[in-house]
Structure formats: C-alpha cells, structure tokens
Design a binder for this molecule. Structure first.
Ligand SMILES: NC(=O)c1ccc[n+]([C@@H]2O[C@H](COP(=O)([O-])OP(=O)(O)OC[C@H]3O[C@@H](n4cnc5c(N)ncnc54)[C@H](OP(=O)(O)O)[C@@H]3O)[C@@H](O)[C@H]2O)c1
Length: 339
C-alpha cells in the first residue's frame, strides 16, 4: 500500500516521502481503516520541521487527523463492524477524564503512526463515529481543530449562557470551529482577522463584530468598546505571547482566557498583574479525550454543522497541501483525499 513516511524530520514538507509498505492487519481489539481523507494542522508542519517538542518515531506515518471506513476488525472487537465510518482520536490513550501526563506520547502522527496512508490500524477505543451528514473530507477535520475549539468553547470553565460573548483571534482552523460552536450555542462572537475579504466571510457566517487587527492594532480597546467597557466572557487565545497581553485586557473581570496556540510566540515576558487583579482564569487548553469527541460529533450531527474546507488536494500532492498551510489567504481546513 501507499503511505507517506517522515524519513528525516527537519525539512518541512520535503520531509514527507511517498513509500510502498506492506498492508497492516488488525490485531486483537483493533480495527483496520481504509483512510479516505486527512486534514492538516500546524502540528503536522511542526513535526515535519522538527519543531514539535516530542520527536517523531523513525519512519513515522505523518498527520494526526483522518477519517475512513472500517474494512476489517480484529479478534474481540465489539463496538465496530465492517463498513462503519470513523475518524481517529488524536489521543489514542485518553478515553475520558483528566489529561494524562503521558498522553502526548500516544498522539497520532508523531510519536506513533498517523493517518497519511491507504490503510491504518487503530484500537477500537481510539475511533469515533462520523456524523452521517458529513463527507470523509469534512469528517477528517474534526480530531484536532474542531475538538480543540469544542473543548474551549463548550467544556472549559464555567458554563456560559446564551448571549455570552466569545472573542476569537484570526481565522485559523481552531478559531473557525470556535466561531461555529459559539454561534450555534447562542453566544455573541467578536472575531479578529488581518484580511478584509475574510472579514466578509466571517460576517456571512453570522459574526456580528469583526475587527481587523492589522488596521486596528489596539484591537483590545475596540473589544472593550463593543462590550460597553466590560470585556468578553471568553477568549480563544491562539496567538500566544504576541496577543496574550491584549487578550488579558479584552476579557472581563473573572472571565476565561483559553490559551490554545502560540502562533506569535511563547517565551516573551508577560505582565501577569491583570490575571491577579482582575481575577482572570488563564487556562491551557487543547484537544480533548475520546468521550469528548463523541459528544462533539453528536452535536455536530444534531445541528447538521458543516466544517469549513478551504481546499482539497490529491494524495500525490500531499507535500503541496502541507506547504499550503503557510498560505495566509487560506480560510478553512486543508484536506488531502485518498482514493
Ligand atoms: N493545544 C492544542 O491541542 C492545539 C490544538 C490545535 C491547535 N493548536 C495551536 O493553536 C494555534 C492555531 O491553530 P490553527 O490550526 O487554528 O492555526 P492556523 O489555521 O494555522 O491559523 C492561521 C491563522 O492564524 C491567524 N493569526 C496569525 N497571527 C495572528 C495574530 N497575530 N493575531 C490574530 N490571528 C493571527 C491568521 O488569521 P487571519 O488570516 O484571519 O489574520 C491565520 O490565517 C496554533 O499555534 C496551533 O499549534 C493547539
């Protein structure tokens, strides 16, 4: 079968090498999945570039997010049958509960093999049913970006009532899912972006207030103006140290800042006094466990939510797809289809 391997990390997309490898067979408790689509995250580029904190295993199959059809089951499998449509959980050993200290050692597409292959085997406990209304391309976007957004908006901190305000930064995969979940929950969304064109697309999704953070560098002041000086209930903070000081100004006293990403950096000094004096909850947040992915999938099915896809590449163009991740014009997820 065909697969990509990372033979030598550190070369970005060029680290992905197309290889022919033997077909895997499902062991006891495992399912064999014919992968139909994968989607890409910043993490996949970090792994390929050698920046991810946990080095990839030798000749790893890259990419954490994928969806496909079960084509065989191993001995003792009870939850799945041939023909079921599933997506993989990013964390393979985190069924529910508190974040295990060693969870990252079982994250797909780095320390263990990922999804960019014709066929993969996963434990039956490590896959989630695809909502019926989603294509494989759409379902492939759920494991990391969607679940990270779901965890932050729906499951972190105190429950927010309809009418609560969420601030999202930029229009990356996590922020777009956060916007969709927030709007579906009746929350007001204030979104930032660097692009006028993307601002229009955000408005067409239902975002009432969009701020261009390039044209309005003091965007936190605009957020305060839009909230009558109060600040928002929650910030989806994907920027890191370049945006965190402003997010701490833009959140209300006692509000929640979910620190998810580090797009602008992670080790600059930060004034921590607003956290203390304004009783802000600063919470490191990310992908959730399998049980949370199941909850998210149920809601996506009930509300018929559709992930936003920017572009679909063919398997042979996988490296181009990874390079496309760095294109700032992208609005939505980058997907690779496997035929
Ligand atoms: N903790 C976790 O488990 C977890 C999970 C998923 C992602 N992450 C992290 O979360 C971050 C976002 O991930 P993603 O997949 O959504 O990224 P992405 O799709 O690559 O996001 C790119 C977008 O970020 C926006 N952006 C860049 N610099 C910005 C700035 N200074 N202010 C506001 N927006 C800015 C831009 O939006 P505009 O073009 O609209 O300006 C850009 O298009 C990454 O650091 C990723 O590694 C962490």
């Amino acid at each position: 079968m065909k697969a990509f391997n990372i033979i030598e990390a550190g070369k970005g997309p060029e680290s992905w090498t197309l290889v022919d490898v033997p077909e895997p067979a499902p062991g006891p408790g495992e399912v064999l999945i014919r992968v139909r689509a994968v989607s890409l995250n910043t993490r996949d580029l970090m792994v390929a570039s050698g920046y991810f904190p946990i080095p990839p295993k030798a000749n790893v199959i890259p990419v954490s997010d994928g969806a496909g059809e079960i084509v065989a089951v191993g001995a003792g499998v009870t939850r799945w049958t041939v023909g079921d449509r599933v997506f993989g959980s990013y964390y393979q050993d985190w069924p529910y509960g508190q974040f295990p200290a060693d969870a990252e050692l079982r994250g797909l597409g780095g320390p263990i093999d990922g999804m960019l292959a014709d066929l993969v085997t996963l434990p039956e406990s490590g896959v989630v049913r695809v909502p019926d209304h989603l294509s494989y391309e759409e379902a492939s976007t759920l494991p990391v970006a969607a679940l990270t957004a779901w965890n932050a908006v729906m499951e972190s901190g105190p429950r927010m009532a309809p009418g609560a305000t969420v601030l999202t930064l930029g229009t990356g995969g996590v922020s777009l899912f956060a916007i969709q979940f927030a709007l579906a929950s009746g929350f007001r969304v204030i979104a930032t972006t660097s692009s006028r064109e993307k601002a229009e697309r955000l408005r067409s999704l239902g975002v009432s207030d969009v701020i261009n953070y390039k044209e309005t560098p003091d965007w936190e002041q605009e957020v305060l103006r839009l909230t009558n000086g109060q600040g928002v209930d929650q910030v989806i903070e994907v920027g890191g140290t370049g945006t965190l000081p402003k997010s701490l100004q833009a959140v209300r006293s006692g509000g929640l800042v979910n620190l998810i990403g580090l797009l602008t950096g992670y080790n600059d000094p930060i004034d921590t006094s607003p956290i203390l004096f304004r009783k802000i909850r600063l919470h490191g947040s990310g992908v959730g466990p399998v049980q949370m992915a199941e909850s998210m999938a149920r809601t996506i099915a009930a509300l018929q939510l559709k992930p936003i896809i920017a572009e679909v590449f063919g398997f042979e163009q996988a490296k181009d797809a990874l390079a496309k991740l760095q294109d700032s014009a992208t609005f939505g997820k980058i997907v690779i289809r496997l035929d």
